[in-house]
Design a protein around this ligand. Structure first.
Ligand code: F6P
Length: 193
C-alpha cells in the first residue's frame, strides 16, 4: 500500500465513563473529532487519490467516519478486543471483582484471554485477512479501536509482541504509515480536540 491512515474512533460515552468495550455512541467531543477528521484527511490526502475507509461494526467507528466522502467498508474483524465477562466494567471494577485476572493480565497482557473473551494474540489472528487485504490496497484509512490499532501498528512497525499491548495510541490523533523498502515511516497528526 502507498499510505495507511490509522485512527481510533472519537471519544465515546464509555471512554468518558472509563468503561471498556460496549457499543456506545460518541460524546460531544468525539463528534467534534469526526468533523475535524474530515478536514485532516482533506488537507493530507491528494484530491485525485482514492481512499477506502474501513471501520469496525461498532457504532463509534461508523460515527467517526460519517463525514468522510469516501467508499466505506465494515469489518467485524476490526471490532475491539472482546473483554468477555468484563465488558462494560471499569478497570477498578475488574480489579475488585476479578483480582487474579487483573494481575494475570498485567503480567502477560499479550497472552491473557478475558473469561469468555479474547487476548491480544486472538486479535492478531483474526486480523490476518484484514492485513492481507490491506497489503493489496493503495490508500486506506482504518478507523478502529485501541487494542486493534496496537496490533496493526505493531505489525507495520515491527514492535515485539510482548510490547505491542502497551503501545500508546492516543485518541484524536491521525497516524500516517508509509511502508517503504527499508521500514515504515510514521507521522502523527494531532487534532487538538
Ligand atoms: O478503553 C477503551 C478500550 O478500547 C476498551 O474498549 C478496551 O477493552 C481497551 O481500550 C483495550 O486496551 P487495554 O488492552 O489496554 O485494556
Amino acid at each position: 500500500p502507498k499510505c495507511i491512515w490509522l485512527s481510533r474512533h472519537g471519544e465515546s460515552i464509555y471512554n468518558v465513563e472509563q468503561k471498556i468495550g460496549g457499543d456506545s455512541s460518541l460524546s460531544e467531543r468525539g463528534l467534534k473529532y469526526a468533523a475535524k477528521l474530515r478536514e485532516l484527511i482533506n488537507e493530507n490526502v491528494e484530491n485525485n487519490e482514492r481512499l477506502s475507509v474501513w471501520t469496525s461494526t461498532l457504532c463509534r467507528t461508523q460515527q467517526t467516519a460519517q463525514y468522510l466522502p469516501y467508499e466505506k467498508l465494515e469489518w467485524k474483524a476490526l471490532d475491539e478486543l472482546d473483554a468477555g465477562v468484563c465488558d462494560g466494567m471499569t478497570y477498578e471494577e475488574i480489579e475488585d471483582v476479578y483480582p487474579e485476572d487483573f494481575k494475570a493480565r498485567d503480567d502477560d497482557k499479550y497472552e491473557y484471554r478475558y473469561r469468555g473473551g479474547e487476548s491480544y494474540r486472538d486479535v492478531v489472528i483474526r486480523l490476518e485477512p484484514v492485513i492481507m487485504e490491506l497489503e493489496r490496497q493503495e490508500n486506506v484509512l482504518i478507523i478502529t479501536h485501541q487494542a486493534v490499532l496496537r496490533c496493526i501498528y505493531a505489525y507495520f512497525m515491527n514492535v515485539p509482541k510482548e510490547e505491542s499491548p502497551w503501545v500508546s495510541i492516543p485518541l484524536h490523533t491521525l497516524i500516517k504509515l508509509e511502508p517503504r523498502a527499508y521500514g515504515t515511516k510514521v507521522t502523527l497528526i494531532k487534532a487538538n480536540i
